[in-house]
Design a protein around this ligand. Structure first.
Ligand SMILES: NC(=O)c1ccc[n+]([C@@H]2O[C@H](COP(=O)([O-])OP(=O)(O)OC[C@H]3O[C@@H](n4cnc5c(N)ncnc54)[C@H](OP(=O)(O)O)[C@@H]3O)[C@@H](O)[C@H]2O)c1
Length: 283
């Protein structure tokens, strides 16, 4: 699906604006990053695999609709990522920043307890989606002779392990290696590659249905998220500001630093937060 309003030729590719593509931006962090880039005057292509989620996102960003393009794209399919690039390039002329954000969590289960579908979906979305997205963006950016690609890290990227999160952690650990290796490969081409580390956010990723099933949030997860977690809009503000300033290859933009973790645990002694209060999602 492609939705956009006609835009005058005069505005196409204006130098002061940045043109962006964000995979998985129909809700959660991707959506909030899109909103923030739009507030800064950028042109943004939003995307996601579900048409109804994408429609909702498009409607809630209606104030910016002359600077948004919505393209349905399932990152598990390389041809759909190519279509996402192509449609965005047709619309904006050039893509300055491409963010591989789409990702899914796994059922809290051992590897042998996961269904074949769950197993494929986690690896295909988190890892192959990022690999395909980076490949398509890299090929396009080499032709336009500049651009920046960012990949979204997650639990496991720093080697941390937890029972029940093996597959998700493996996909994110691999993605971190992949991003660093891609930055090295990109040296000398005027294409910069970086990683974004968003910490912990209360989004549908945590509260909502994962691969078709509603998630149980246990007390321990709730407690940790209330200490270390944030709303996606808070993290998006930080990541977008950092990306707008970033000029380096191999950047690692980290929201939840060690220092912040220590400070949050200290603060939790005095202040109780409840991030789960206003969360709603469709059943
Ligand atoms: N929430 C956290 O605590 C946390 C922590 C660390 C890292 N992250 C990472 O941050 C990123 C965003 O997470 P979030 O919390 O914002 O998740 P979210 O609220 O569940 O949003 C995920 C987005 O990805 C899209 N998506 C899912 N499967 C897709 C597919 N196959 N093709 C294209 N788009 C797809 C979703 O739309 P559709 O379902 O309509 O496709 C949605 O727009 C993910 O990479 C996640 O691993 C999250």
């Amino acid at each position: 699906m492609i939705r956009s309003r006609k835009r005058s030729k005069k505005n196409r590719g204006e130098k002061h604006l940045k043109n962006l593509v964000i995979t998985g931006s129909s809700r959660g962090l991707g959506f909030e990053m899109a909103r923030k880039f739009l507030e800064l005057g950028c042109n943004v292509t939003i995307s996601g695999s579900s048409l109804s989620n994408l429609d909702k996102a498009w409607l809630s960003l209606k104030d910016y609709q002359d600077r948004i393009l919505a393209v349905q794209c399932d990152v598990r399919k390389r041809d759909q990522l190519f279509n996402l690039w192509q449609k965005s390039q047709d619309r904006w002329g050039k893509i300055d920043i491409w963010i591989n954000n789409a990702g899914i969590s796994q059922q809290n289960n051992t590897l042998w307890g996961l269904s074949a579908d769950d197993t494929d979906n986690v690896v295909q979305t988190n890892l192959m989606g990022t690999i395909y997205g980076s490949q398509v963006a890299m090929q396009g950016m080499l032709k336009q002779e500049e651009g920046r690609i960012y990949n979204m890290e997650g639990f496991g990227s720093n080697d941390m392990m937890r029972r029940g999160l093996n597959l998700y952690g493996t996909s994110k650990r691999a993605l971190t290696y992949f991003t660093r290796a891609l930055a090295q490969e990109a040296e000398g081409n005027n294409i910069k590659v970086g990683a974004l580390s968003p910490g912990m956010m209360v989004t549908e990723f945590i509260t909502g249905p994962t691969v078709g099933k509603k998630k149980e949030i246990n007390e321990e997860t709730r407690r940790i998220f209330n200490i270390l977690g944030d709303r996606p809009e808070t993290v998006a503000r930080f990541l977008v500001d950092e990306m707008m300033k970033d000029k380096n290859n191999g950047s690692h933009i980290v929201w939840l630093t060690r220092r912040k973790v220590m400070f949050r645990f200290f603060k939790a002694i005095f202040i109780k937060r409840n991030l789960f209060d206003q969360i709603t999602y469709d059943d």
